[in-house]
Design a protein around this ligand. Structure first.
Ligand code: ADP
Length: 518
């Protein structure tokens, strides 16, 4: 019992391991390319962001360092080579006052923001905390102009600034960068590859999540990589995702192939396990049947033996009343010893057959003779059972290849079964006829018959029909297995035609000589 439990646990464990493996395999094949793609996009986002910010950082730092105060540089000249990114430069002295000539804008008059300088001095300047900044380092501030409730959001401002010192004079340089330059100049320049046919889509969103640049796509989901700007427009984010283009087909095909392989492997493992389970169950059943067989055979051996020894003892001690009784006792002993002999023959032949030894010796013989001999051998048993045996053997049957001894044993088994299981039917009919290119032996009785569900199983070794298991009819379950084996060795077929309550007909059909070497 413990072994069975252990085996079941083992099968279950293998099953669980196989399922886990399949799951892992499947999720790996579906996740791995996605993971790789994500890592790739993350690297790309990092690189693009750095490139864009470096352009501004470098240009601004250069400009912030180029401005001189004593005398004040010509700012307009300095601004010329920086392009459109810089909108204005303001230079302040150590008192945070704008120095003369220290406020220059590159914007054309019509795009000037009215009142900007005032706005800068009152609202922005305090926030820059210029006096607290380290010397010679670019700092930046990105902000959005506060708007009144109900009004559209105010404009963006990006400032770069630096505390400077020449001789013993401290001064401050502030650059106003134009965020529009990012949106219309730098972003297209860096993301232009992201046009039609590209694998990736780019998007820049502001601190409120609103699209500033790029194609709209759903910014959520695991296929989107996000990175924040840090040196310039803080709070804005760059989003990259994979465009659904034909390239996906290759990945999909690979996924399909992987899934098929995993599915196939799983099926093989499951089939293997099912087969193992089936084989174990079969083996267990066979073992049960074998031990049942041993107890049956021992019982069958014991009964005739005790009868023989009992009547033998009576005869030896002269405990008989008349010579007739002595004859009767001797007959009983003879009958039981014949039965014993038959049983031993059966068991020995069966054992040989089990070991697969070549037990048959074929010769061209007359089947009629063999059957007649078997009938003769059964005569006395039929008589004792109070039954009638009629025979109908077609004369002049063609010869067949036969092991006469083995075949006699087969016929004896069939007649014995009829005597054993169908004595109430009183009749047994043995016929041997030609049917086309075959010779057919039929042993018919009018006994209890056999359930059609068991027609095949009764030919299995050790199998006994359910209806007889509880009856006191002796048997070992190897008779019909032997019949089947012998018949097959003769290239023939053994079958039964029977219905419960209507008797049984066992048929052995053999090919006629010359046609049996199939
Ligand atoms: P045994 O007779 O030793 O049990 P067999 O292999 O000869 O073994 O027969 C197998 C089973 O087939 C029997 O147990 C019995 O149930 C059934 N059987 C065989 N012959 C007959 C028959 N003539 N009538 C009814 N049942 C039969």
């Amino acid at each position: 019992m413990r072994r069975v439990l252990l085996l079941n646990a083992l099968i279950f464990a293998v099953l669980a391991a196989a399922v886990a493996l399949a799951y892992y395999g499947y999720s790996y094949t579906s996740e791995a390319p996605r993971e790789r793609e994500r890592a790739l996009m993350a690297d790309l986002a990092e690189e693009k962001l750095q490139n864009i910010e470096t352009v501004i950082d470098d240009a601004d730092t250069k400009l912030l360092r180029a401005v001189e105060i004593d005398p004040i540089s010509n700012l307009a000249d300095l601004l010329l080579p920086t392009g459109a990114a810089v909108a204005r430069v303001i230079v302040l002295d150590d008192q945070l006052k704008i120095v003369p000539g220290g406020n220059v804008s590159t914007r054309p008059k019509e795009r000037e923001v009215p009142g900007f300088t005032d706005y800068f001095m009152t609202r922005i300047l305090p926030e820059l905390q210029l006096q607290k900044q380290p010397l010679g380092e670019r700092r930046h501030l990105f902000l959005r102009e506060a708007s009144k409730p109900g009004q559209p959001p105010g404009r963006w401002y990006l400032f770069s600034f630096m505390r400077r010192q020449t001789a013993d004079k401290t001064f401050y340089v502030v650059i106003e960068d134009d965020p529009a330059h990012l949106i219309y100049g730098l972003f297209p320049q860096f993301f232009q590859g992201a046009g039609a046919g590209s694998k990736r889509l780019y998007q820049v969103v502001d601190e409120l999540g609103q699209l500033v640049y790029g194609v709209p796509f759903d910014g959520e989901g695991e296929r989107v990589v996000r990175r924040s700007f840090q040196l310039t427009v803080d709070g804005w984010k760059l989003l990259i995702t994979q465009a659904e283009v034909g390239d996906d087909k290759v990945a999909q095909r690979k996924k399909l192939v992987d899934s098929i392989l995993i599915g196939g492997a799983m099926t093989v493992i499951l089939a293997g396990l099912a087969f193992l389970g089936f084989a174990i169950r079969r083996e267990r059943r066979l073992n049960e049947l074998k031990s049942e067989f041993i107890s049956n055979v021992s019982h069958e051996l014991k009964t005739p033996l005790s009868i023989i020894s009992m009547f033998g003892e009576m005869l030896a001690e002269g405990r008989t009343k008349s010579p007739e009784q002595s004859t009767e006792y001797a007959e009983i002993i003879w009958r039981e010893s014949v039965r014993l002999g038959r049983l031993i023959d059966n068991v020995l032949d069966f054992a040989k057959m089990e070991r697969g030894m070549g037990v048959y010796e074929f010769a061209e013989s007359d089947l009629g003779d063999v059957v007649a001999r078997a009938i003769e051998l059964s005569g006395r048993r039929v008589q004792t059972a109070n039954m009638q045996l009629s025979e109908d053997i077609e004369p002049d049957l063609p010869p067949v290849q036969l092991d006469a001894n083995a075949f006699t044993l087969a016929v004896l088994n069939l007649i014995d079964n009829a005597i054993k299981y169908a004595p109430d039917g009183k009749k047994i009919e043995v016929s041997l006829k030609r049917e086309g290119d075959r010779v057919v032996l039929a042993v018919r009785d009018w006994g209890p018959g056999i359930d059609p569900e068991e027609h095949e199983r009764i030919f299995e070794r050790f199998y006994r029909a359910k209806s007889v298991r509880l009856k006191p009819i002796r048997g070992s379950g190897i008779g019909l297995a032997l019949v089947q084996h012998i018949t097959r060795a003769h290239h023939g077929e053994a079958t039964v035609i029977s219905e419960p309550g209507k008797g049984s007909t066992f048929r052995i059909s053999l090919p006629i000589s010359g046609k049996n070497d199939r």
